[in-house]
Design a protein around this ligand. Structure first.
Ligand code: FAD
Length: 404
């Protein structure tokens, strides 16, 4: 089998950013990334595709274009971890050993957990911004809808971008409001959880929009089954099963740990790679680090979090290689730019324990209030920061800017 000093499992947002950050700190370092996909996605853009703001092509680039030139790309899928022997197994019997391993394989969307969903996604008014190919269908449905009932669902936590289910709803309502037809559409939010947003400081601003749009909030209501052709959905609630007919249904799928991570000894019981929440070092294997949506850290699973975690993982993995103490520490920063209407965003930024971690002073941008400045950040600045700073390991440029 082959050997690399640093092996990174997954070439998504977190994996590429970590590789770039390590190479900036240590030019010429021997790094390999295992990643099966030909495409690399900017997933935060999918909310904007579903809202008719971005074209879907703006959210994808060839994987080869984002892979740092100095990196060896093993174009394969990881199939197993053997951390005792420091070996990673990949598709078609490949094996590779490492001095340091960084696990960044994302989470898994469990579409199959909702009966009848997979066969009707993309048809019969059933859509989701959680898939690149379906986000344009969300916008198509918003435009087609003139009256009837629109349902938006949110599964159990943790999910990536906890605000995305309601972002889809607000942007849809904003369009219907502009067209003067919102009053003819019943909008319902069905949330498995018991609150609109996990950090209380942002809830008042969101509630104003819920009232303005006339949204019917249903907490403790979990989508379990869909019949696309009959345009019906079923929800589990504490009062038993509830049946709703719909004209449009936007689904946020249940989410799980990455299956290969979950099946390995790196995972905790929930299926996430079990690392220290500050150093990102594995609790049992000091030469293993994990970050992004596949890790156990209890932050909001966002690109913004991955952006702050990548330099921490890079610094600490390099320290581990050199036999030095780990100096990098991650504070739990995550961000969720809530698109409350077309042109305005409530920019939630917070760390562990729900501590607010605003990037800007209040007089520049107050994250707890809807603002046009935050919309400009999301629509114009952050995609550029992503492609040109985060994925290049240019932290001086990425650091002072919130959101994703
Ligand atoms: P990913 O970027 O998903 O990358 C995982 C990589 O691992 C992929 O390239 C995949 O191909 C690879 N992989 C998977 N399995 C294997 C395997 N077996 N072997 C090798 N490689 C494998 N975040 C924000 O900050 N702000 C937002 O506004 C926002 N909005 C969002 C809206 C939507 C609709 C969605 C879906 C997400 C949103 N996010 C947002 C979340 C953000 O996209 C993720 O948190 C971020 O992409 C996590 O990065 P990651 O590298 O951990 O995972």
């Amino acid at each position: 089998h082959s050997h690399h000093t640093v092996l990174i499992a997954g070439g998504g947002s977190a994996g590429i950013a970590t590789a770039a950050s390590m190479l900036n700190r240590h030019p010429g370092l021997d790094i390999a990334i295992i990643e099966p996909s030909d495409e690399h996605y900017y997933q935060p853009g999918w909310t904007m595709v579903g809202g008719g703001v971005f074209e879907k092509d703006e959210t994808v680039r060839p994987e080869a274009a984002v892979m740092p030139k100095e990196v060896t790309w093993l174009k394969a899928a990881v199939t197993g971890f053997d951390p005792e022997s420091r070996i990673v197994e990949y598709s078609e019997g490949g094996r590779v050993s490492y001095d340091v391993l960084v696990v960044a394989m994302g989470n898994r969307l469990a579409w199959e957990e909702i009966e009848g969903l997979e066969e009707t996604l993309g048809e019969n008014g059933v859509t989701s911004n959680y898939r690149y190919d379906l986000a344009p269908y969300t916008w198509q449905l918003v435009q087609q809808t003139r009256k009837g009932r629109a349902l938006f669902t949110q599964p159990a936590m943790p999910i990536k971008c906890a605000g995305a289910p309601q972002k889809a709803m607000y942007l849809s309502c904003s369009d219907w409001e502009k067209r003067g037809i919102l009053g003819d559409i019943d909008v319902e939010f069905h949330n498995n959880g018991g609150v609109l947003f996990g950090v209380a400081d942002y809830v008042p601003a969101l509630m104003e929009y819920v009232e303005r749009y006339g949204i019917d909030l249903n907490f403790g209501s979990t989508l379990t089954r869909v019949d696309g052709p009959a345009k019906k959905a079923w929800f589990a609630t504490e009062n038993g099963e509830v049946e709703r007919s719909f004209d449009m249904l936007h689904v946020c799928p249940p989410q799980k740990g990455n299956p290969v991570v979950a099946a390995s000894t790196l995972a905790n019981e929930a299926g996430y790679a079990e690392v220290d929440q500050h150093t990102l070092q594995h609790v049992n294997h000091p030469e293993v680090f994990a970050l992004g949506d596949c890790s156990s850290t209890p932050n909001a699973k966002t690109m913004a979090a991955a952006r702050k975690q990548a330099p921490v993982a890079a610094v600490n993995a390099l320290a581990q290689l050199a036999g030095n103490p780990l100096s990098g520490s991650y504070d739990g920063y995550g961000s969720c730019p809530l698109t409350v209407e077309r042109g305005k965003i409530v920019l939630a930024e917070f760390g562990y324990g729900g501590t607010l971690l605003p990037t800007f002073p209040k007089w520049v941008l107050d994250g707890t209030k809807p603002s046009r400045a935050a919309w400009k950040l999301k629509a114009e600045v952050l995609p550029q920061i992503y492609w040109h700073a985060m994925l290049k390991g240019r932290e001086w440029m990425a650091k002072p800017i919130g959101g994703a």
